[in-house]
Design a protein around this ligand. Structure first.
Ligand SMILES: Cc1cc2nc3c(=O)[nH]c(=O)nc-3n(C[C@H](O)[C@H](O)[C@H](O)COP(=O)(O)OP(=O)(O)OC[C@H]3O[C@@H](n4cnc5c(N)ncnc54)[C@H](O)[C@@H]3O)c2cc1C
Length: 315
């Protein structure tokens, strides 16, 4: 049986997990990614003065056997390491969070800077369009956050209606650097109902530059929703004093401050199953929003889509 051609939209953990499993089975999936490279919300920002911040996913944990195997392999190749924080040992990418996805994506065809703006089906084949029409494919797999999938397909699409109840909360994030070697009260702190729900000393993760002490502070979903449309400088002016109060530091000491707005950060109402697909199994929708606000959920969703494609095509 000829293997169907597969287009995957999104080079986050879900898209790359799907692509890896298909490639392992002899398929040649093509992954379209709107940004400069793989990683998605497992994101790292580098600044001109050589600072580095993981401003999306902070760390990951592995509960399922499949994801534990994936992490064990990543540990053996060095793209994942342990980080001692919050009184427990958790996993982080090395030397950046997106290194995990980038390492997994090696050997896959990832077409970066390609934002898919339209998806049409003609004679049972999918045509993807960015600024220009791209190739046609037998199977399409969309792995963006659910609201962005609905935007692409249109609210009236039958699959959009199946995922309409999925909710994703925003997260406003501030990144700040201070001179090194100053005493700090903690390395990481999580207080879910505090406006600053998570604070972490990013530069304490293994493999990170240590010339400055770099902090990432993430606002709670409620606070983020309330201030979502603030300009970056307003976000900084509100969040930096809160961060400095928690650290016992003077805001004037900051040598770098910037903000990031995640409009669709964390899944608050997941779908409850790892993917949806149409009757002919030619269009699949997946991502972390199917199962929960975790990297592992994204991996499980992408892997489950690949398994379904393989099962239906006798491979
Ligand atoms: C602030 C924050 C903190 C988090 N903290 C943690 C944590 O500590 N631990 C944890 O396990 N998880 C955490 N998460 C969640 C974790 O990051 C996600 O669960 C996971 O990265 C989602 O992967 P994904 O592949 O489903 O989606 P994404 O990573 O969002 O990937 C989707 C990809 O699709 C691309 N894309 C979107 N639209 C298009 C288009 N039209 N055309 C082409 N490409 C497109 C995007 O650029 C993106 O690369 C956090 C997330 C955020 C935002």
């Amino acid at each position: 049986m000829t293997k169907p051609s597969v287009a995957i939209v999104g080079a986050g953990m879900a898209g790359i997990a799907c692509g890896c499993a298909l490639k392992e089975a002899g398929y040649a999936p093509v992954i379209f990614e709107k940004s400069r490279g793989a990683g998605g919300r497992m994101a790292t920002r580098r600044t001109a003065d050589d600072l580095q911040f993981d401003h999306g996913a902070q760390y990951l944990t592995a509960r399922s056997d499949g994801f534990k195997r994936f992490i064990r392999k990543a540990v053996s190749t060095g793209s994942v390491v342990n980080w001692q924080a919050a009184n427990k040992s958790i996993f982080v990418g090395n030397p950046t969070m997106n290194a995990i996805v980038k390492a997994a994506a090696e050997g896959l065809e990832v077409r970066a800077n390609e934002k898919i703006e339209m998806l049409n089906t003609i004679d049972g084949q999918w045509t993807l369009s960015s600024e220009n029409p791209l190739d046609t494919f037998d199977v399409g797999v969309l792995t963006m956050p659910a609201p962005q999938i609905i935007e692409l397909l249109g609210e009236q699409h039958s699959l959009s209606r199946e995922i309409a109840d999925v909710c994703m909360a925003p997260c406003l994030t501030v990144l700040a650097a201070f001179p090194p070697h100053q005493p700090v009260p903690f390395v990481s702190r999580r207080i879910p109902n505090d406006p600053l729900a998570w604070i972490a000393q990013d530069s304490s993760k293994p493999g990170r530059p240590r010339s400055k002490t770099c902090w990432v502070a993430q606002a709670s979903p409620d606070w983020s929703a309330e201030h979502l449309e603030c300009r970056p400088e307003e976000i900084v002016s509100l969040m930096l004093p809160m961060l400095c109060e928690a650290l016992g530091t003077d805001p004037e000491m900051a040598t770098h401050v910037s903000a990031h707005r995640w409009r669709y950060a964390l899944v608050t109402a997941p779908l409850g199953r790892p993917f949806v697909c149409d009757d002919s199994a030619s269009l699949y929708l997946g991502g972390d929003w199917t199962l929960g606000a975790r990297v592992e959920a994204a991996w499980q969703s992408g892997s489950a889509i690949a398994a379904d494609i393989l099962a239906r095509n006798g491979t």
